[in-house]
Design a protein around this ligand. Structure first.
Ligand SMILES: Cc1cc2nc3c(=O)[nH]c(=O)nc-3n(C[C@H](O)[C@H](O)[C@H](O)COP(=O)(O)OP(=O)(O)OC[C@H]3O[C@@H](n4cnc5c(N)ncnc54)[C@H](O)[C@@H]3O)c2cc1C
Length: 426
C-alpha cells in the first residue's frame, strides 16, 4: 500500500476533545506548526459527541480555580449568548466578566462552532474525519504516525506529539506502556438522552417522583435505579437523562457497539417510561440522543508519576503542581454508583506534571482524561475545565522542549508560564 506523506509539523495533537483543543491552541499561539487530528467531524470529544456540554471543574467553594483557555472558551460562548452559569435548579446568563464560580452549561452546536473559530484564529491545522492508526517508534521517540482519512492512509511527521485521545491511543499504538482499567474499577459508560417539552422541571421533585415511580412500577431499566442522572441543559423545559451500562469495558469496538445499541434501546424505552410515570413529562419528546456512548475512562498512560488513591487519601504533597482540581472521586462506578473508596470530602488537589510525562517515550506528552492514574481516582482530574488546563500545560511544555526529551523539561521553566496564563491559579 502506498502511503502519502501529508505534511511535516512541529507538533501533532491526537484527539480534538477539550484537552487536545487547548493543547493545539496553546502551542500554535506560541508559534509552533500544529496539526490537530480528530476522528469525529467536529471538536469537543465527550462534550459534543457524547452530549455533555456541561463544563465542570472551574470552581471550588465559590472561587474560580482554573482560568486560561478554559476561561477564554466560556467568554467566547458567552459572546454568542450560549453560556450560562449552572445552579442546582436553574441557569444564569449572561456571564459577562464575572468569575466562573460554578459549572458552565452550553450547547453541543455552540461548542463545536466556537472551538472551530478559536482553532482557526490560532491557525491550527485541523484535520477531522481522520483516525490515528499507527505510530512508528524508534530509539524512544515517535518518528511519524499513520492515519486513516477519507482519501486513504497518510503519514504525518512531527517532532513532538500530544496524546489527547482520551484512551491513550497514541502511546498504545506506539507500543509504549499503558494501563488498562479493569471493568470493576473502571467507570460506567453512559448514553445521554436529551428531552424537550418538560413542564416545570425541578430536579429535587423529579428525583423524588422517580424514586416513587421506580418503587411502584419498577425502574425504566432493571438494575439501573441508582444510575439515573438528571441535568438541566442550556434551554428551558429540557432535561438530560443518563442511561448507563452497568457492565462491560470500552476497549474494543465490538464491546462499544454492543453497549451503544443496548443503551439506545434503553433510551427510547426510558423516554416512554418518563412520559408515562413522571409528572411534568407527559408531553416530553426526544430532542437528541448522544452520537456515541460516553466513556469516562478505559485506558491511561503510565507516567513518571501516577495519581494514586493512597497519595490523595493521605493528602501527600504534590511536588510539581500544574492545575488545581476538584478532588472528589468514586462516583459512577460499575458495580454500585458509589464505589467503596468514594471521597465525599470537599477538597482540591493539584494535578502533578509527572502524570503527563510518559515513562519512556521522549517526544510525547499526554493530556486530559488519559494521564497517569489509578482507575479509582480518575475523577480527580477528568472534569472538562481540568482537561483543558492539562491540555494547555501540555501544549506549553511541547513548545518548551522542541529539542529535548519531555523527561528533561524542568518544572521551574514551566511554572511561571502556568501562573501567567492562569492554568495554575492558586
Ligand atoms: C457520560 C459522561 C458525562 C460527563 N459529564 C461531565 C460533566 O457534566 N461535566 C464535566 O466537566 N465533565 C463531564 N464528563 C467528563 C468529561 O466530559 C471528560 O472527562 C472530558 O471531556 C475528557 O476530555 P478529553 O479531551 O481528555 O477526552 P475526550 O473528550 O475523550 O477526547 C478525545 C478525542 O480523541 C478522539 N480520538 C480518539 N481516538 C482517536 C484516534 N485514533 N484518532 C483520532 N482521534 C481520536 C476522540 O474522537 C475524541 O474527540 C463526563 C463524561 C462522561 C463520559
Amino acid at each position: 500500500m502506498k502511503i502519502r506523506t501529508y505534511g511535516n509539523f512541529n507538533l501533532a495533537v491526537i484527539g480534538g476533545g477539550m484537552a487536545g483543543f487547548a493543547a493545539s491552541l496553546e502551542a500554535s499561539r506560541r508559534g509552533a506548526h500544529v496539526i490537530l487530528i480528530e476522528h469525529n467531524a467536529f471538536p469537543g470529544g465527550v462534550a459534543t459527541a457524547s452530549l455533555c456540554p456541561n463544563i465542570m471543574g472551574y470552581s471550588f467553594n465559590g472561587r474560580q480555580i482554573v482560568s486560561g483557555i478554559a476561561d477564554e472558551l466560556v467568554r467566547e460562548l458567552d459572546k454568542i449568548g450560549c453560556a450560562a452559569i449552572k445552579h442546582k435548579e436553574a441557569n444564569e446568563f449572561p456571564i459577562g466578566n464575572a468569575a466562573i464560580t460554578s459549572s458552565v452549561v452550553t450547547t453541543k452546536s455552540a461548542l463545536q462552532y466556537v472551538m472551530n473559530n478559536m482553532l482557526d484564529k490560532a491557525k491550527v491545522h485541523t484535520l477531522y474525519y481522520t483516525s490515528l492508526v499507527n505510530a512508528r517508534e524508534n530509539d524512544n521517540k515517535i518518528k511519524y504516525i499513520c492515519c486513516n482519512c477519507r482519501e486513504g492512509v497518510i503519514r504525518i511527521n512531527a517532532s513532538y506529539f500530544i496524546d489527547a485521545s482520551g484512551d491513550a491511543i497514541l502511546l498504545h499504538r506506539a507500543g509504549a506502556e499503558t494501563r488498562e482499567y479493569a471493568c470493576e474499577k473502571s467507570m460506567a459508560k453512559t448514553l445521554l438522552l436529551h428531552l424537550g417539552g418538560v413542564r416545570n422541571f425541578c430536579r429535587t421533585t423529579v428525583k423524588e417522583s422517580y424514586v416513587r415511580a421506580c418503587e411502584k412500577n419498577g425502574p425504566p431499566v432493571p438494575g439501573q435505579d441508582n444510575f439515573m442522572g438528571f441535568s438541566i441543559p442550556f434551554h428551558e423545559n429540557e432535561v438530560h437523562l443518563n442511561f448507563t451500562m452497568t457492565a462491560g469495558e470500552a476497549l474494543t469496538s465490538s464491546a462499544c457497539t454492543i453497549m451503544d445499541k443496548e443503551l439506545r434501546r434503553q433510551a427510547f424505552h426510558g423516554a416512554e417510561w418518563f412520559k408515562k410515570y413522571i409528572p411534568g413529562f407527559e408531553k416530553s419528546y426526544i430532542v437528541d440522543i448522544a452520537d456515541s456512548i460516553g466513556v469516562r475512562c478505559a485506558r491511561g498512560i503510565v507516567g513518571r508519576e501516577t495519581i494514586t488513591l493512597k497519595d490523595i487519601t493521605a493528602e501527600n504533597p504534590v511536588k510539581e503542581p500544574l492545575v488545581f482540581s476538584n478532588c472528589y472521586y468514586g462516583d459512577h462506578y460499575v458495580k454500585n454508583f458509589h464505589a467503596p473508596w468514594r471521597n465525599n470530602k470537599s477538597m482540591i488537589r493539584p494535578v502533578p506534571f509527572g502524570a503527563l510525562v510518559p515513562v519512556r517515550l521522549e517526544n510525547v506528552i499526554a493530556a486530559g482524561r488519559c494521564i497517569s492514574s489509578e482507575p479509582e481516582v480518575v475523577t480527580s482530574f477528568r472534569l472538562m475545565a481540568t482537561c483543558m488546563a492539562t491540555g494547555q500545560a501540555a501544549g506549553m511544555a511541547a513548545c518548551f522542549a522542541p529539542a529535548k526529551a519531555v523527561q528533561n523539561i524542568r518544572y521551574s521553566e514551566l511554572e511561571p508560564e502556568l501562573k501567567r496564563t492562569g492554568v495554575l491559579l492558586l
